[in-house]
Design a binder for this molecule. Structure first.
Ligand SMILES: *[C@@H]1O[C@H](CO)[C@@H](O)[C@H](O)[C@H]1NC(C)=O
Ligand SMILES: *[C@@H]1O[C@H](CO)[C@@H](O)[C@H](O)[C@H]1NC(C)=O
Length: 250
C-alpha cells in the first residue's frame, strides 16, 4: 500500500518532472539539458521546486499529474496456491507528498535512472480480503482496513529504451522493477475471522507483533502489481514527448 504510494509519487513526480524537466512544460518546472554537468543535482532541484504542487497535481499552465493527497489505488491482488491470497482495494493513502528522494543516479545518455525514495509517514484506509498463514496460524478475513507505515523506502530501477515512430524517437520503459522496505508498520484489519471479536484481536496482534513477517508475504506481490501500473502510467505520459523535447541539447 505504501509502496503503491511510492510508485505513484514517483510517477507523478519524476516522470512528470522528466517530461516537465525537459519538454514543453509548465513554468513551475525547471529544465535540465541533456549535457548538464550534474544531472542528478538538476533533477533533484527540479523535484524540490515542484513538490508543493504535486499534492493537488496542478502544476499550473494546464499541466496536471495524478494528485498525491490523497492517492487512490484501485486493486492489488496476489496469491500463491491455496495457502496464500490477498486482495487490497479502494485504497486511499495520505502523506505521499512528503516524499524525499534520498539518492538519484541518472544517466541521460543511456536512459538509466536509479531512484531511492523515502516516505516518512503514510496513512492508509481501504478494503482487504485475505487468507494467510503466519507463525503456523491461519488468518483470514474480509472487510475494512487502516494503518500507518513509517519510513517506507522504495528503490526503482529504470532502464529506458528509445523507440522510433513517425520520424521521432520516444522513450519507453518496458519494465520498472522496484523494491520496497518498511521500517515500522501498524495495521488494523476489521472483521477478521468473520467478525469474531476475540480472534480478530488475536489476529491483529499477531500481524502487528510480526509485521516484518506479514509484510514479507505481502510486499512481493505488491511490488509486482505496482510495477505493472507504473509501466502503464509511464507509457501514458511518455508517448506525448519526443526524446529531443524531453532531453534538449541546451
Ligand atoms: C552514461 O552512460 C554512458 C553509456 O553507458 C557512459 O559512456 C557515460 O560515461 C555515462 N555517464 C555517466 C555520467 O555516468
Ligand atoms: C548506463 O550507465 C549507468 C552509469 O554509467 C550504468 O550504471 C548503467 O548500467 C548503464 N545502463 C545500460 C543499460 O547500459
Amino acid at each position: 500500500m505504501q509502496s503503491a504510494y511510492a510508485i505513484l509519487i514517483f510517477s507523478a513526480c519524476l516522470f512528470g518532472v522528466f517530461e516537465g524537466c525537459f519538454g514543453a512544460l509548465p513554468s513551475s518546472i525547471k529544465t535540465c539539458p541533456r549535457n548538464h554537468p550534474d544531472p542528478n543535482r538538476c533533477i533533484l532541484d527540479a523535484v524540490n521546486i515542484v513538490r508543493p504542487l504535486l499534492a493537488k497535481g496542478d502544476l499550473g499552465d494546464g499541466y496536471h499529474t495524478p494528485p498525491l493527497e490523497p492517492l487512490y489505488l484501485d486493486n492489488i491482488e496476489m496469491g500463491r496456491g491455496n495457502e496464500f491470497r490477498a486482495v487490497f482495494s479502494d485504497i486511499q493513502a495520505r502523506g505521499g507528498s512528503n516524499f524525499i528522494i534520498e539518492k538519484l543516479k541518472a544517466n541521460i545518455t543511456n536512459l538509466s535512472f536509479d531512484v531511492y525514495i523515502l516516505l516518512p509517514k503514510i496513512e492508509f484506509v481501504g478494503k482487504y480480503s485475505l487468507k494467510i498463514r503466519l507463525l503456523l496460524l491461519n488468518i483470514n478475513g474480509k472487510g475494512d482496513m487502516r494503518g500507518t507505515f513509517k519510513n517506507a523506502r522504495a528503490y526503482v530501477k529504470m532502464r529506458g529504451i528509445k523507440v522510433h515512430k513517425d520520424g521521432n524517437d520516444y522513450v519507453k520503459f518496458k519494465e520498472l522493477p522496484l523494491r520496497i522496505k518498511v521500517e515500522d508498520a501498524q495495521i488494523h484489519l476489521d472483521n477478521l475471522f468473520g467478525g469474531d471479536p476475540v480472534l480478530g484481536q488475536v489476529g491483529n496482534n499477531i500481524i502487528n507483533d510480526n509485521h516484518k513477517l506479514f509484510l514479507a508475504e505481502v510486499l512481493p506481490g505488491l511490488e509486482k502489481g505496482l510495477s505493472k501500473s507504473f509501466v502503464e502510467i509511464s507509457d501514458n505520459i511518455l508517448q506525448t514527448a519526443t526524446f529531443d523535447e524531453m532531453f534538449p541539447l541546451e
